[in-house]
Design a protein around this ligand. Structure first.
Ligand SMILES: *Cc1c(COP(=O)(O)O)cnc(C)c1O
Length: 389
């Protein structure tokens, strides 16, 4: 059975062009870019090219890009750096809906003498900037807020937030793992000090990420050792993966328009049809600005896991929230923070599209999902009661 892959916020297919670009750097051009000989030198040139490509997608300068092993490492590096740069400041502001890469670190730091403010969101997943303003003080070392939410696609007003943070003299980091390649970014005119991205969310392989670090922003490395990445991230460069990330960023720039037209139209059609065909359904984050590829939809009185299993029988791959928390029966921390009622949070499904999604795949979901929900509601005691009403 050919998969219908609608779980692109969990990970993406490596673009063939990206794979071709990285392929020679395993068995043929395997030199160490730090070596003095020509063999390492030619790899160094490709690493430089990759850095230029990543910088170009972000509207940044190449020296502002640090390659890391993943989005999680970029997030951890940014926050830990701020605490070292400002040893006298022990306050961190973040939100209740962050990815675990930020949230778990912050909660661990709260047991080690840091004060953490986790900002709330409203029922549409939006921040209250008044609450942010009240949270900021002279003790605030860093504010870390995500650009776009991986579960709902809700986009935060990052530039407005950055301006408030700058006015208070704190550093501003954003986890833009879900935004890069989907939302046009320009660091040249931005208030962002540090930004995290991850290769496998934009059609590069797993295990490569980058941290944008604005020129002049003080930084302390997370990994120390050799002088790679201008002594900001030690460890021999993951050359093939870096080259792949560069190519993926180049491709993302070429396809950004498509993400915001064709992919958006597919997402909107899926959303519209499901709301029409299935009663008692609602969009999580529907009232907010959202990523063009993400649809988080709640079906009352059904279990998300049951929906996923039945979808899977038709080859349809979706998610019941974040892949990091699935496997537990707790509703997602994001939906809970939004105050989504228990009966809805349990029946929430995330479809996340990509530029490889076809209209025929969307047609299949529109055909297969309504009878699945109907069947599940028929066998659920709550569902039967609801259907009688
Ligand atoms: C996937 C993801 C991460 C983690 O990236 P990895 O490269 O898997 O470590 C962090 N933040 C967000 C918003 C994500 O979606």
């Amino acid at each position: 059975m050919k998969e219908i892959y609608l779980d692109n916020n969990a990970t993406t297919k490596v673009d063939e062009a990206v794979f071709e670009e990285m392929r020679p750097y395993f068995t043929e051009l395997y030199g160490n870019p730090s070596s003095m000989h020509f063999f390492g030198g030619q790899v160094q040139k490709k690493v430089d090219e990759a850095r230029n490509r990543v910088a170009s997608l972000l509207g940044a300068q190449p020296e502002e890009i640090i390659f890391t092993a993943c989005g999680t490492e970029s997030d951890n590096s940014a926050i830990r750096s701020a605490l070292e740069v400002f040893p006298e400041k022990r306050h961190i502001v973040t939100s209740r809906v962050e990815h675990p890469a930020v949230l778990t670190l912050c909660r661990n730091l709260s047991k080690r003498g840091c004060r953490i403010t986790e900002l709330n969101v409203d029922s549409a997943g939006r921040l209250d900037l008044g609450e942010l303003a009240r949270a900021l003080d002279d003790d605030t070392a860093i504010v870390s807020l995500m650009y776009a939410n991986n579960e709902t696609g809700v986009v935060f007003p990052i530039e407005e937030i950055g301006a408030m943070v700058k006015a208070k003299g704190a550093l501003f980091h954003t986890d833009a793992v879900q935004a890069v390649g989907k939302i046009p970014l320009n660091m040249a005119t931005s208030t962002i000090d540090m930004l995290s991205l991850s290769g496998h969310k934009l059609h590069a392989p797993k295990g490569i990420g980058a941290l944008y670090l604005r020129k002049g922003v003080p930084f302390r490395p997370f990994l120390v050792g050799g002088h790679q990445e201008r002594s900001r991230r030690a460890g021999t460069e993951a050359t093939s993966s870096i080259i792949a990330l560069g190519k993926a960023c180049e491709q993302a720039a070429l396809h950004m328009e498509e993400e915001n037209t064709r992919v958006l139209a597919q997402r909107d059609r899926l959303e519209r049809e499901l709301l029409t065909l299935i009663p008692h359904a609602r969009i999580n984050g529907g009232g907010a600005e959202r990523l063009p590829n993400t649809l988080s939809i709640a079906f009352e009185f059904v279990e998300g896991e049951a929906i996923l299993l039945l979808l899977s029988e038709h080859g349809i791959c979706a998610s019941s929230g974040s892949a990091c928390t699935s496997g537990s029966l707790e509703p997602s921390h994001v939906l809970r923070a939004m105050g989504v009622p228990f009966t809805c949070a349990h029946g929430s499904i995330r479809f996340s599209l990509s530029r490889f999604t076809t209209d025929a795949e969307i047609d299949t979901v529109i055909r297969e999902l309504p009878p699945i929900i109907r069947r599940l509601r028929e066998i659920s005691p709550f569902g039967r009661e609801m259907l009688v009403k």
